[in-house]
Design a protein around this ligand. Structure first.
Ligand code: FPP
Length: 251
């Protein structure tokens, strides 16, 4: 049986988050510039978006540019921004054919105006689609997001819109950039690093973590299927006791 057929469609993760890592090392291994790695990473993005859409995953969040990435050399940042703009311009029609909706989270005001414009055009163009929601995290970090949420909560408390006594986890969530979607059930990180790197810090509280040594530009649909199969073999208990086991233990 091939990998795709081994996936149980009835227990798919609704939301998969991905840290696309290893573009630089991939390029270095081939004797190229880091941007060569990023450019080749676009095909991997295509593959996971297609695979997630075909399977019926509802949300796919890709960590495309972190707050920390602004510290990279200017040429790499500029190259990544150009790549982002051209990829969005080239792929929007195909995304539309595949019924994909696009959303962006992060401090978008930091991005060059032209990138913001391209992104917003595509987001609007794809807004009526009802298949996979592709979420690009751009100029994003978990600490940035939580800090912004705290700031807005304080502003609302000051203006009387929010009663501090009413603050609970649900209310905090409603102030996060991700309030429109469920927390990810599965996080995949490529390139052998085993860190969260300031990604979705609040949302990953109960997420299954999957690390693979594959460098991002080598990542293909089969790798994505493998991660989902691994996830489906795990038991998810959210800190509770497994009900079946609890019954056995009580009897
Ligand atoms: C991490 O590899 C990757 C990035 C910072 C950028 C990811 C961008 C893309 C895959 C290109 C286009 C994306 C979209 C959504 C159109 P790294 O440079 O940190 O690799 P290294 O750890 O080997 O140095």
């Amino acid at each position: 049986m091939n990998l795709k057929e081994q996936i149980n469609r009835d227990s798919l993760p609704r939301h998969i988050a991905m840290i696309m890592d290893g573009n630089g090392r991939w390029a270095q291994k081939k004797g190229g510039e880091r941007l060569f790695g990023h450019r080749n990473g676009v095909e991997s993005v295509r593959q996971v978006v297609e695979a997630a859409g075909e399977l019926g995953v509802e949300f796919l969040t890709l960590y495309a540019f972190s707050t920390e990435n602004w510290k990279r050399p200017r040429t790499e940042i500029d190259g990544l921004m150009t790549l982002l703009t051209s990829t969005i311009a080239n792929e929007t029609r195909k995304l539309n054919e595949n019924n994909v909706r696009l959303l962006v989270i992060g401090n978008l005001a930091d991005l060059p105006k032209s990138v913001q414009k391209h992104l917003m055009n595509s987001v609007n163009f794809l807004s009526g689609n009802t298949g996979l929601t592709l979420v690009l995290a751009l100029s994003y970090s978990g600490r940035w997001e939580i800090t912004e949420a705290v700031k807005r909560m304080c502003q609302d408390a000051r203006s009387g819109k929010l009663d501090p006594d009413s603050i609970d986890a649900c209310l905090v969530e409603s102030y996060l950039a991700t309030s429109f979607m469920p927390d990810p059930e599965l996080l995949i990180r490529t390139s052998g690093e085993r860190r969260i790197s300031n990604f979705l810090l609040w949302q990953l509280a109960y997420t299954e973590l999957y690390f693979t040594p594959v460098l991002w530009p080598d990542y293909r649909k089969e790798h994505f299927y493998e991660a989902i199969i691994d996830y489906q073999r795990r038991e998810r208990r959210f800190g509770k006791v497994d009900e079946k086991r609890a019954i056995t233990l009580n009897n």
